[in-house]
Design a protein around this ligand. Structure first.
Ligand code: TRP
Ligand code: SF4
Length: 329
């Protein structure tokens, strides 16, 4: 029996960090056991915000793909590809735009949020408004039954379900309604306590060697109440403890919490243990990565083969869509 199909996507932001691991990749790797997985690097989505400076997209794609492979996404089992190498996504996006009220897109929460957050960019564009509908096309063109995403993307999958219902109602049952496979994402703050992000300069990257990981954690922000070694602290307000929760085993979390509250340990001890576990967690990634990092051609070949495979499915879906919409000639 065919395995149920899932699709997810990631924007080509460049080197991936440990937030991507807990937020997506760990889960994506696991899902390969049970699902027929399609994972897309969504370069058109990157252009919705970075249209004025597209220069980095190509190299960012290579970084993302290299980190995917290092993290354990397996091209023998999953289809790894670049969105724009499957132009059928754009055709479906266009056709979906015929039946999608503008108001559905305007009320997606990320629309106004992102416009405010990225106020330095002019995001009053047609393409940016259509961002979630392009995402719907990504999902629908493979007739994905489920979409593994974090909480922030749930409204986009919800929109997709509405678009599917509308399409099927107008033209007949072509698409399944995709389920959201919600990934429980622990908070992964950066070294300055803000959300981890490459653009904040506070990220621990998957490719950072052990000594760099340790160096980055040493000055990490802690509970400000712990000015001196003898001051007790509260782990629940400490970003280091958030990382323990994401990457250390239970015993270490206990040890850190108790030692913090009693001033039995110092913050440097606490960070040292965290670094041990994080470095341990990254070891398998570091073991796989050099083979791919040294052979970018191999990585591009994998993405191209993925696109060839993705296109077979995408083409077949578009045949049905054109027939349903009476434009199959
Ligand atoms: N919008 C998603 C994000 O920012 C990326 C994405 C694009 C995606 N297309 C998708 C995720 C389809 C899931 C399914 O993370
Ligand atoms: Fe944070 Fe650990 Fe220091 Fe407590 S001991 S404040 S949890 S780094």
């Amino acid at each position: 029996m065919a395995r149920p199909r899932i699709l997810s996507g990631m924007r080509p932001t460049g080197a991936l960090h440990i937030g991507h691991l807990t937020g997506a990749l760990d889960n994506w790797v696991r899902l390969q056991e049970e699902y027929d997985c399609f994972y897309a690097i969504v370069d058109w989505h990157a252009l919705t915000t970075d249209y004025a400076s597209p220069g980095a997209v190509r190299e960012n794609i290579l970084e993302v793909a290299t980190d995917w492979l290092a993290a354990g996404l397996d091209p023998a089992r999953s289809t790894l590809f670049i969105q724009s190498l499957v132009p059928e996504h754009a055709e479906l996006h266009l056709l979906l735009s015929m039946v999608t009220p503008v108001s559905w897109l305007e009320r997606v929460p990320s629309y106004k949020e992102q416009q405010q957050q990225l106020a330095e960019k002019d995001l009053s564009t047609y393409g940016f408004l259509g961002y979630p509908l392009l995402q719907s096309a990504d999902i629908m063109i493979y007739k994905a039954e489920a979409v593994p995403v974090g909480e922030d993307q749930a409204p986009h999958v919800e929109l997709t379900r509405e678009v599917v219902r509308r399409f099927n109602h107008l033209y007949g049952p072509v698409f399944p309604e995709p389920k959201t496979l919600l990934t429980e994402t622990p908070r992964v703050p950066g070294t300055d306590g803000r959300k981890m992000s490459k653009s904040y300069g506070n990220a621990v990257f998957l490719k950072d060697p052990p000594d760099v990981v340790r160096q980055k954690l040493k000055p990490m922000v802690t509970d400000p109440a712990r000015k001196r070694r003898t001051d007790p602290g509260n782990p629940e307000v400490c970003p280091v403890f958030d990382l323990h929760k994401a990457f250390s085993p239970r015993e270490t979390q206990e040890w850190a919490a108790v030692g913090c509250r009693s001033a039995g340990i110092g913050c440097l001890d606490c960070k040292g243990r965290l670094a041990d576990h994080l470095v341990g967690r990254l070891a398998a990634i570091h073991a796989r990565r050099p083979a791919f990092a040294a052979r970018p051609d191999t990585v591009w070949d994998i993405l191209e083969a993925g696109a060839v495979k993705a296109r077979e499915t995408a083409r077949a879906t578009m045949e049905q869509v054109r027939a349903a919409m009476k434009i199959r000639y």
